[in-house]
Design a protein around this ligand. Structure first.
Ligand code: SF4
Length: 216
């Protein structure tokens, strides 16, 4: 099999359960995106943010990561505050929002039922994550949103999960890269107080500081 680029085709056939779910939603909502969601932002960015998977009514509907559901409200507002985004976020892929030195992708590119990808799907889509990382020549920092994003990124880079345990606010050195961990900025996590906006700001602020220091 040829090595995949960082972007799967619209009809990527690799995960049968997700293909069936995608097909069902194409029939139900033909105006939605309903396809693997591409990364957002330039491959020349130094920061890569890795989320879990497209939300059904978020990225799966709009076609842009974290766009159209609550997680995007918190993520993009915080990125703007730290200079990683500019423009107005209006929950639509054509709102003109730009990322600055930052790129956003997902561990799994197709929407999973109940927002829960299976381990085999995470492993299968990891090829696209690894290819995404490879196409970023200036990558210096990665922000993993949640344990699944953290672990699949570690494995994609050839590391062992046990060597790099996930923890909110932790940082890890992976070769030349610094990996920052945060709980996922989902509505569930913020509603239950697992992640407060301040906790999230603190992690993104750490990434900002590290990148600014590297530039100086
Ligand atoms: S999740 Fe990834 S590997 Fe699986 S079908 Fe979608 S794009 Fe292909």
């Amino acid at each position: 099999m040829t090595r995949p680029s960082g972007m799967p085709g619209r009809d990527c056939p690799r995960c049968p359960r997700l293909v069936a779910f995608r097909k069902a939603w194409r029939e139900r909502e033909p105006d939605w995106f309903n396809a693997p969601v591409d990364s957002f932002g330039s491959p020349d960015a130094r920061l890569l943010i890795v989320g879990l998977a497209p939300g059904l009514r978020g990225a799966n509907r709009t076609g842009r990561p974290f766009t159209g559901d609550y997680a995007g409200d918190l993520l993009y507002a915080t990125l703007k505050d730290f200079g990683f985004a500019r423009g107005d976020y209006r929950a639509s892929a054509d709102d003109g929002l730009e990322l600055v030195d930052c790129r956003i992708t997902n561990a799994v590119r197709c929407v999973p039922p109940e927002n829960k990808p299976m381990p085999a799907e995470i492993a299968t889509c990891r090829d696209f994550l690894a290819a995404t990382v490879k196409e970023m020549p200036q990558l210096a920092a990665v922000l993993a949103l949640g344990r699944i994003a953290h672990e699949t990124f570690v494995v994609a880079g050839g590391g062992r999960r046990s060597q790099y345990p996930f923890g909110h606010g932790r940082t890890h050195a992976l070769g030349a890269l610094t990996l920052f961990d945060s709980y996922h900025c989902s509505r569930y996590n913020t509603n239950t107080g697992v992640l407060t906006p301040k906790m999230f700001r603190d992690v993104i602020g750490q990434a900002r500081k590290a990148l600014d220091a590297a530039k100086a």
